[in-house]
Design a protein around this ligand. Structure first.
Ligand code: 5GP
Ligand code: ZN
Length: 114
């Protein structure tokens, strides 16, 4: 999608620190990390948010979560535990309208979030 920041990162047109990538999803480090491990995992295909991606009824949402799990293992946080967050809509703080899983870990996290 034209003028979409994360489509640009997925295409390699906008620089990012790529953690790993495959034909359907891309993982890269958040530019403003909120935890020792803060990786964003996105589908290459443009969907506005996780609800839209889920409603599309594709296996892509499973691919996205599977990729987040792979990154958690590779980053050494899988056993300690981690958080996967999909901010959805403005009141949840979604600022980029291309679905992205925040993979957060490497420190204890409180619940509920502030
Ligand atoms: P949201 O607020 O939409 O849930 O999350 C967007 C995330 O994208 C934020 O955590 C923000 O730090 C990150 N972000 C915004 N612009 C860029 C960028 O150009 N590169 C990278 N790597 N992350 C970005
Ligand atoms: Zn996009």
């Amino acid at each position: 999608m034209a003028d979409c920041l994360f489509c640009g990162i997925a295409a390699g047109d906008i620089p990012a620190t790529i953690v790993s990538a495959n034909s359907r999803t891309v993982a890269f480090r958040d530019i403003n990390p909120q935890a020792p491990v803060h990786v964003l995992v996105i589908p290459r295909a443009h969907h506005a948010n996780v609800a839209e991606l889920g409603a599309a009824g594709e296996a892509l949402l499973c691919d996205l979560v599977a990729h987040a799990r792979e990154v958690a293992v590779a980053e050494g946080i899988a056993d300690a535990g981690y958080r996967i967050v999909f901010n959805t809509g403005p009141e949840a703080g979604q600022t980029v309208d291309h679905v992205h899983a925040h993979l957060l870990g490497g420190r204890p996290m409180s619940w509920p979030p502030g």
